[in-house]
Design a protein around this ligand. Structure first.
Ligand code: PGA
Length: 251
């Protein structure tokens, strides 16, 4: 059975002290509450170890936002999947559109990152999504299918089962323009169909597919009510407990 997940993506926000406070405040808000989804926060690398040792990681899973495409060695400034795992983090966001656009991450590079993440016991939260021109020219299904095929379909089914997908239309990220509930469901159903064609119905049914892109307290309930939307990857609204908690509670 697939899980419902609400994952925050802090991006490049919060000093260590601010991040620790935010994580502790979120933990306090969740304590004693029965929520119907797994809660994850995706923090900058420098926060991972401190937050993982300061909060109950059964209540809030910890995720990195990236990892290197090499295992170790002379790659100045990079952080390996093994290093991420050694902090207590259990997840890693890979292939976010900001990484693809600003840092040149291709599906070929991402394939390496996914393999290293899995080899180190991390669950990749693998992001896919089209830009506006691709949607307007009717190429959005093809674009997303290619990202999945080139980034992930080399995996055997037992490894693919460890992947969480996040559909994030690039035109909806940080813009305040959310995909409509219908657009989200249509793409999520397409993604699940694509997974079923490659791995079979059981793998497709068991894969959590999150929606990301200007999701907030006002639209989360409607988005999450779709049969193929299993949660959200939340940027801006994950930076405050008051905005994040209602999304968690939308399930
Ligand atoms: P947003 O970001 O919620 O601020 O649109 C989502 C994301 O980039 O993961």
């Amino acid at each position: 059975m697939r899980k419902n997940i609400v994952a925050g993506n802090w991006k490049m926000n919060n000093t260590l002290q601010e991040g620790l406070n935010l994580a502790k405040d979120l933990e306090a808000a969740l304590k004693g509450k029965k929520v119907n989804c797994e809660v994850i926060i995706g923090t900058p690398f420098i926060h991972l170890a401190s937050i993982a040792s300061s909060i109950d990681t059964k209540l809030i899973g910890i995720s990195a936002q990236n990892c290197a495409d090499k295992a170790s060695g002379a790659y100045t400034g990079e952080v390996s999947a093994a290093m991420v795992a050694s902090t207590g983090a259990k997840y890693v966001i890979l292939g976010h559109s900001e990484r693809r656009t600003y840092y040149g991450e291709t599906n070929t590079i991402l394939k390496e990152k996914v393999a290293l993440a899995l080899a180190n016991g991390l669950t990749p939260i693998f992001c896919i999504g089209e830009v506006l021109e691709e949607r307007n020219s009717g190429k959005h299904f093809d674009v997303v299918e290619t990202q999945i095929r080139e980034g992930l379909f080399n995996l055997p089914a037992e490894d693919f089962r460890k992947i969480v997908l996040a559909y994030e239309p690039v035109w909806a990220i940080g813009t305040g323009v959310t995909a409509t509930s219908g657009q989200a469901q249509e793409m999520h159903a397409f993604i699940r169909k694509t997974l079923a064609a490659n791995y079979g119905e059981s793998v497709a049914d068991d894969t959590s597919i999150l929606y990301g892109g200007s999701a907030n307290a006002g639209n989360a309930k409607e988005l999450f009510s779709n049969p193929d939307v299993d949660g959200g990857l939340i940027g801006g609204a994950s930076l405050s407990v008051d905005k994040f908690m209602p999304i968690v509670e939308a399930f």
